[in-house]
Design a protein around this ligand. Sequence first.
Ligand SMILES: Cc1cc2nc3c(=O)[nH]c(=O)nc-3n(C[C@H](O)[C@H](O)[C@H](O)COP(=O)(O)OP(=O)(O)OC[C@H]3O[C@@H](n4cnc5c(N)ncnc54)[C@H](O)[C@@H]3O)c2cc1C
Length: 290
Amino acid sequence: MRDRGAQKATPQMGRTGAADPAGISDSTSAFRDSVRAFVTKEVLPRAAELDVHGEFPHALFKRLAELGYLGLRYPEEVGGQGADFATCCVFYEELAAGSLSLAAIAAMQSLMGTHFVYRYGTDAQRREYLEPALRGEKIGTFALTEPEAGSDLGAIRTRATRTGDGWRLRGSKTWITNAPVADFLTVGAKTSDERGLGNIALFLLDARTPGFEVGKPIEKLGTRSSLTSEVHIDCELPADALLGAEGEGVKNVGGLLSEIRVMTAALAVGLSRRALADSAVYASERKAFG
Ligand SMILES: Cc1cc2nc3c(=O)[nH]c(=O)nc-3n(C[C@H](O)[C@H](O)[C@H](O)COP(=O)(O)OP(=O)(O)OC[C@H]3O[C@@H](n4cnc5c(N)ncnc54)[C@H](O)[C@@H]3O)c2cc1C
């Protein structure tokens, strides 16, 4: 690997070459080298300690923002780098090879945690939540799963009811990544009582809203500095908290899900590459049976 040192991501770095059959241009290879240099120098030395302590890595999170990594997928006008998705996958793969916790945190911040504010938020909401999130000043997350509804989304019970001038949002969510440190959440809720997927909508919830509480933390065996916990919601929200149309929550989440699946595969590639490399080192160093 050439040692270029970590460089801030630029739009030029982040566009894969259409003419290259593998879709990997010189600029993307340079970007990979740069992320790898950052991971080797700044992430790997701290990765094990982060997971032992199970604390959110605020300083490294800020570095990700400084290097432009949190805004890779967003256009320049909101503070992003305008990179294509293949370039983002290179980033997730390299980061996961250093710390899966940090990669999970970055993925939540740059995809599900901010996407719906970018896509459906007002200009004011983008300024208040999205742009600071890409600068690493605010943390966003996504809350859909409930104790009795994971894959079976139609069974969620969190309910949004119209009030005179807004919404009342009530319910509990579980397994919410970054919840203990989140500044804002995109929350999935039903706008009527029927079972099924046709009445789910997404709402923007500021974590300072009265009635929002972070619940029990969920202890995990690994990725422990990517914090997960329950959240409890009994909040009054303004009318513009509705992100996207009523009844279109599942369709709007589905649009991003294909990217999430590929991104998850990139995380798995990075993690398994590191596991293989570490195993090979261990196997070649271990002396056994005399
Ligand atoms: C580390 C971590 C972080 C997470 N972060 C978030 C987050 O930030 N926000 C959030 O909203 N959620 C989050 N989740 C929750 C995640 O989205 C759910 O775990 C996922 O949707 C699956 O739901 P479940 O765990 O209830 O499993 P279930 O839906 O109960 O599935 C259990 C098993 O049943 C299988 N199954 C499901 N449906 C069927 C069927 N119809 N027929 C046969 N088999 C079926 C599944 O494949 C699975 O093997 C997180 C989870 C983890 C582990």
